[in-house]
Each structure stands twice: as structure tokens, then as C-alpha cells.
Write a protein that binds this ligand. Structure first.
Ligand code: BES
Ligand code: MN
Ligand code: ZN
Length: 505
């Protein structure tokens, strides 16, 4: 899909569909709304005055133009109340309009930039949000379907407002495209079936973002991972014939001597059966998405390089499969992580923390400014917050929490801070045979104890853990409005991209 800026008059714009977003309080006395309304003989003021369109967020109404202007139709879309207006209102309005436009067979869309004059938002951020909402909502994963359900929209033109400098608009479009394309990459990886998306496949896909210039990708295979003594990580893959990979993506590596990097760690279990602590059929049904943290980190690293983030960013992705076989871990096995700590595997289904433990130890060699890990770590996160509601944030660094919560606000990807009480650590240390156990087998403490376990491997740096289990893969039924179809959401890519833009290190 192509995006561009145009400055033609409404009566001259050569597209099939014009999108006009309006607040609940809008009338047609001023601006481009006024121009369109005049050209359409007052149809818009009539709809608004009759209350047929109320301007509620995501409300859409189409108006046919009867040849009064070149466009075939105008889609009115609600932005909601002006007082609640933010980047996310724009994303959702753009999404609702784009979906309606596609349903109506639109190919070329033009959209009026609206809201800038009424809020604190910059022109850059307004257009970025609109671009994000449009691209993300039109996402489809149809590569395994013989027939495609949707024809794609070819282009979106933003209609320039004379008061705004076009440089800001162009940079907003560019950022929106970069972020959304990175989200699409993550979604594609998560939606791939687990017979295709193996650790080796994930590594090959990560290699695609190696550009020889600023981004270097290296792939460690089992013998190299063994040399690093990553006994916790390796134990998880022992039951599978598909060998593990440790994916290392380094962006702006050349600055590492001078600038501390942001290190991102992503859990990538390409399928989680639970191992001998086997999941139920329904519990296993979405477990191809257990690599969503890794996919988000790959997406975020692609975005980092395209956004030209001025500091180094490192992505670490332990990728493996949790299967059952004669060589798989037993419950009661004891393994040792690369920092020498021993772990009793009480439950083979608590495998995410085992692979993250070794990746978090590996992260320390970069002398990181911050380490942020993303993982579909616990079912209890889904129970605590609800599917589609928010991801769970754990950190002891209040300033890092504040930064992440700010980026959460601007990106529209919700996170909710949870406590890291010292008792959680005591629970995880209460093994009779090893330094730590990977589970207490008490389901009521599942989320906090998982974070406390990870904390044991985060020495010497500022760290945040984000449990994305509630957000990574959504079924169709959720009442919470999504930007995109059911299935993979690419959660985390937008949050991290906005963090990298807003936070100058
Ligand atoms: N990948 C799962 C967590 C998960 C569950 C993600 C549902 C998304 C939706 C993880 O590996 C797991 O199985 N966790 C266990 C841990 C328990 C055994 C301590 C869980 O949460 O049940
Ligand atoms: Mn598991
Ligand atoms: Zn898992």
C-alpha cells in the first residue's frame, strides 16, 4: 500500500473514497469539512444535525457523492469525544474507516488530517497514528488459502492542511509505515504454523534483517550454545528433533564502546506442548504463538534500524521447541544455567523462564543501559488481566517503568505494572535439591513468581519483564477493539518502537 501527501482541492481529488473523521462535537462551519459539505450540497451537515452520525469512536457512515465531486463516496468516521482524544483515537478511527473502505471495494483512499488543531498532538504523531491504524487494520494472513478473501487497498493520500509543514507529515507517514511493517513482520512469524516456523526458520527470518551496514545477525547452533553452558535453555529443546538456535541481532554495534545499548530479549518457543507436564488439547491450541516475544524483538530490531535509532539496540532470541520424547526433560530434573545457578524442573511446562534465564545472563556482557524481555510467559497473566486487556509489566526500576508506561500511552499498547515482592523469590528458592525451582505448582502465584525467577538472572543492569501472554494471540470473540484480525497481534513492536523514538538513551 502506497502513502502520500496531496494538496488538491476536495473538488479535484482523484480517488474513489474520501475519509472524513469527526469529533462528537464537530459541526460543518469550518475547514475542510465545510468545503466538502458545500461541495455535497449540505449532506454532511444534514447527517450531523439529524444525529444520524454521532461521531462515536469507530462509528462509520458512508455518503454517496452523486458526481458532485470526483470521489464516489465519503466515509464519515467518528473520533469520539474531543476530551478523550489521543493517538489511539486516531488509530481506531483510521482502522474502522479503512476496514469499511475495503469492504466497499475501495482502491484509492484520501483522508483529511483532522484533530491537530484541537489537541496537543503534533502533526507528525497525528499522521503516524493514522498510518498505523490503516496498515494494521488491513492486515491479512492468507498465504495458505487457495483463494484470497480481500482485495487490497492500493493507496492512501493524506490531504494536506495549509497550516502544517509537509516535512512533519512526511516523517509521520514514514514512521507509521516503518512501525506497522515491523508489526506485520512479527504477526506473520507468529501466524506461521509450527511445522514451518521452527527455530531454524526463525533464525533464517531474522537473517533477513541483516544489512551488513548497521544490523548484524548471528545465529548460534547447539554446539555453540553448549560452549556457553546454557544448560537451562538447552534442556527445553532436548525433547525435539528440531534443534535450538540462539539468535543475536546487533544494531549500531559500532557504537557499543561509547554508548550503552538497549537490550531486548524475546521468548521463542516455536511450539509449547508443555513437555511431560503435558498441556490439555485446548491449552495447547494456541501454542504456536509461544514465540511471539521473539517475533516482537525481531520486529523491533527491524524498526530500530529503519527509524535510525541513534544508540545501539541488541536483540537476543533463544528459540526452541518444548516437546515430549525419550530425551525430553523429566519433572524433577536438575539443570544448570550459564551463571552457575542450578534449577529443579518441577514442571516442564514452565519452560519459558528456563530459556530466558540463559538469555538474560548473556545480556550482561553488553553492559546494557536497560534490558527488556518480552514473553508469553504465564497463563496466570491472562487470568489476572484478561485476554486482550493489557500485558503485565514487572520492574524494580521506577524510571524504566515510567518510560515504558509513557510509550504504552502513545503506542496504544497497554501494559499494567505488577509487584515484584521478595516473597515471590523465596517461593522460587524453596527447592529441596537445587538453588531454584522453575515452578511452585501453586497456580495462584504463577505470574509474580515467574518474574521473580527471571530476576535471579538479571545481575548488574536495569531490567523490565513484560508478560505478553494476554496480548500476543487473540481469538475473535474479544470485546476489546483490535487493530487487525483475530490471531497474531505483533504486540510489543509498537510499544518498543515508540520507546525507541521517545527515549533518547
Ligand atoms: N506458554 C505458556 C504460557 C501461556 C499460557 C501463554 C496461555 C499464552 C496463553 C507457558 O510456557 C506456560 O505453560 N506456563 C505455565 C507455567 C506454570 C506451569 C508454572 C502456566 O502459566 O500455566
Ligand atoms: Mn509452557
Ligand atoms: Zn510457553
Amino acid at each position: 500500500m502506497k502513502f502520500n501527501l496531496i494538496s488538491n482541492k476536495i473538488t479535484e481529488i482523484d480517488v474513489d473514497t474520501i475519509i472524513l473523521s469527526i469529533f462528537m462535537s464537530d459541526d460543518t462551519t469550518n475547514g475542510l469539512i465545510h468545503d466538502i459539505d458545500l461541495a455535497l450540497n449540505g449532506s454532511i451537515s444534514e447527517i450531523l444535525s439529524r444525529g444520524d452520525h454521532k461521531g462515536k469512536l469507530r462509528e462509520v457512515t458512508e455518503i454517496y457523492t452523486n458526481g458532485q465531486i470526483p470521489a464516489d463516496r465519503v466515509i464519515l468516521v467518528g473520533l469520539g469525544p474531543e476530551k478523550d482524544f489521543n493517538e489511539n483515537s486516531i488509530r481506531h478511527a483510521a482502522a474502522a474507516a479503512a476496514i469499511r473502505a475495503r469492504q466497499l471495494g475501495a482502491r484509492k483512499i484520501a483522508s483529511i488530517i483532522h484533530g491537530v488543531e484541537k489537541s496537543q498532538l503534533s502533526a507528525n504523531d497525528t499522521v503516524r497514528a493514522s498510518t498505523e491504524g490503516t496498515i494494521l487494520s488491513l492486515y491479512v494472513f492468507e498465504k495458505y488459502k487457495s483463494e484470497n478473501k480481500f482485495d487490497s487497498v492500493e493507496s492512501m493520500s493524506f490531504i494536506e492542511n495549509k497550516d502544517i509543514e509537509s516535512d512533519y507529515l512526511l516523517s509521520g507517514i514514514e514512521q507509521g509505515k516503518i512501525i506497522s511493517n515491523a508489526v506485520q513482520l512479527a504477526r506473520d512469524l507468529v501466524n506461521e504454523p509450527p511445522n514451518v516456523c521452527t527455530p531454524a526458520f526463525l533464525a533464517e527470518q531474522a537473517m533477513q534483517i541483516d544489512d551488513d551496514a548497521n544490523t548484524n545477525v548471528s545465529i548460534l547452533t547447539e554446539p555453540e550454545i553448549e560452549d556457553l553452558n546454557m544448560g537451562a535453555f538447552l534442556s527445553v529443546g532436548r525433547g525435539s528433533t528440531r534443534k535450538p538456535r540462539f539468535i543475536v541481532i546487533e544494531y549500531n554495534k559500532k557504537l557499543l564502546d561509547k554508548v550503552q545499548p538497549l537490550v531486548l530479549v524475546g521468548k521463542a518457543i516455536t511450539f509449547d506442548t508443555g513437555g511431560y507436564s503435558l498441556k490439555s488439547a485446548s491449552g495447547m491450541s494456541t501454542m504456536k504463538a509461544d514465540m511471539a516475544g521473539g517475533a516482537a524483538v525481531i520486529g523491533a530490531l527491524q524498526a530500530a534500524s529503519k527509524l535510525k535509532v541513534p544508540y545501539p539496540v541488541i536483540g537476543l532470541i533463544p528459540a526452541t521447541e518444548n516437546m515430549v520424547s525419550g530425551t525430553a526433560s523429566h519433572p524433577s530434573d536438575v539443570v544448570s544455567a550459564s551463571n552457575g545457578k542450578t534449577i529443579e524442573i518441577v514442571n516442564t511446562d514452565a519452560e519459558g523462564r528456563l530459556i530466558l534465564a540463559d538469555a538474560l545472563v548473556y545480556a550482561a556482557q553488553y553492559n546494557p543501559k536497560h534490558v527488556i524481555d518480552l514473553a508469553t510467559l504465564t497463563g496466570s497473566a491472562v487470568i489476572a488481566l484478561g485476554e486482550g486487556s493489557a500485558a503485565a509489566l514487572f520492574t524494580n526500576e521506577t524510571s524504566l517503568a515510567e518510560q515504558l508506561l509513557t510509550s504504552s500511552e502513545s503506542s496504544g499498547e497497554r501494559i499494567w505494572r505488577m509487584p515484584l515482592y521478595p516473597e515471590y523469590t523465596d517461593w522460587m528458592k524453596a527447592s529441596n535439591v537445587a538453588d531454584l525451582r522453575n515452578s511452585t505448582n501453586k497456580s495462584d502465584t504463577g505470574i509474580g513468581t515467574s518474574a521473580a525467577f527471571l530476576q535471579e538472572f538479571t545481575e548488574g543492569y536495569s531490567w523490565a519483564h513484560i508478560d505478553i501472554a494476554p496480548m500476543a494471540f487473540l481469538s475473535g470473540g474479544s470485546v476489546i477493539k483490535r487493530l487487525g484480525p483475530a490471531g497474531a497481534t505483533g504486540f510489543g513492536v509498537r510499544l518498543l518502537s515508540h520507546l525507541m523514538i521517545e527515549y533518547a538513551n
